[in-house]
Ligand binder design. Structure first.
Ligand SMILES: [Fe+2]
Length: 361
């Protein structure tokens, strides 16, 4: 691993440097250094040191997911979202905890390991043409569309009671939560017309799961609200029965907004179309221009922020609020009752308008 110059965060202006072991230059953010450092997997369980007492009634597996390997051979990923998925299991039983971890045996991971170089492009890393190909093959490979990665390094999710690991492409891996091994690669686009889905779905108490995913059509980009049934009709099912509840056309045909997650209440899905734009042309031609997917993202503050409310029973867009001032001026949190890992905030002006709309409550 080569050395990286690192500025100490507590001495701004003074370019005090030291050699650090981590690949990512994290000026001013030393707290995330360890999050972007490579580690070895721990496939055999080890005992954990416990501070305090864990009640006997807590029993089960605490599962976590995230990037854990940032170098392949002498190449490095360029973005902290790109590391190879490392799956963690903390097994809790009788007040004791054991830990193990395993790299996801994704196609991306296996191909990279086999060739000892980065073969599959990730969000912030674009692969260079294979030096083993002849000149003409290398030239042609620049015109290929980027292949979606199955490096599912964002989250553990459940559909129909089964465990999956997910990123934001169309590929997830179904997983055995005991062994942390992939049992099946599952492609969203085989079930519904989407090009991917978020890694943060929301699940109803009955097991019905909602997610969102984009589709790219000749008419432009669409944001789709997806519903996956609560349970399987037959053994071995994955996403069978999934459906698109609602398709919302992007405000800009070839520049849809990026979203990492969405919010959900008992009756509504809340989707915020925000001014972080994805330039589809730039992304599609990334191999040709040597640009990564992240290079196709831009913050466009002059664009509006649009709130979409979709009724979960009817799939109808109940309300669309467009407000360029949404994130400016004074505002207050009036509703945090939305489900999900990230709190949802309805700002004062939006809420007032919502109050005048009888179908929203
Ligand atoms: Fe997230």
């Amino acid at each position: 691993m080569s050395n990286i110059k690192h500025r100490k965060s507590n001495s701004p202006g003074k370019s005090s440097t030291r050699n650090i072991r981590y690949f990512t230059d994290v000026h001013g953010l030393p707290c995330i250094e360890k999050m972007v450092s490579s580690v070895e997997e721990t496939p055999e369980p080890i005992s954990c040191f416990i501070t305090g007492t864990i009640p006997d009634w807590i029993k089960g597996n605490f599962l976590r997911n995230g990037p854990g390997k940032f170098e392949i051979g002498n190449q490095r990923f360029n973005h902290w979202f790109d590391g190879m998925a490392l799956l963690h299991q903390f097994k809790i039983s009788n007040g004791q905890v054991t830990y193990k971890s395993r790299f996801l045996s994704s196609d991306s991971y296996q191909s990279n390991q086999e060739r000892n170089r980065i073969v599959v492009s990730e969000f912030g890393t674009v692969t260079m043409p294979d030096p083993c190909k002849n000149f003409f093959q290398r030239f042609l490979s620049r015109f290929e569309l980027p292949k979606p990665s199955d490096n599912a390094n964002v989250s553990f999710v459940t559909y129909k009671g089964d465990y999956y690991v997910s990123t934001e492409t169309n590929i997830m891996h179904k997983l055995d939560p005991e062994t942390l091994q992939s049992t099946e690669k599952v492609d969203w686009s085989k079930f519904i017309a989407v090009n991917g889905a978020t890694a943060h779905p929301h699940t109803e108490p009955d097991g019905t799961t909602y997610n969102m995913g984009n589709s790219y059509t000749p008419k432009g980009a669409y944001y789709n609200i997806i519903r996956v049934p609560a349970s399987k009709q037959a053994e071995g099912e994955t996403l069978e029965g999934a459906s698109v509840l609602c398709a919302i056309r992007s405000s800009e045909k070839t520049k849809p907004s990026y979203y990492h997650s969405f919010a959900m209440s008992e009756n509504y899905v809340v989707f915020i179309e925000q001014p972080i734009k994805m330039d589809l042309l730039k992304i599609a031609t990334g191999k040709l221009t040597g640009k990564s997917i992240s290079d196709g993202f831009s913050w466009e503050p002059k664009s509006n922020t649009v709130f979409h409310l979709i009724h979960k029973d009817t799939g109808k867009v109940t309300l669309t609020l467009e407000n360029p001032q949404t994130f400016r001026g004074s505002s207050q949190i009036v509703d945090q009752s939305i489900w999900g890992c990230e709190n949802f905030i309805i700002y004062e002006d939006v809420y007032e308008e919502a109050q005048t709309h009888p179908s929203i409550c």
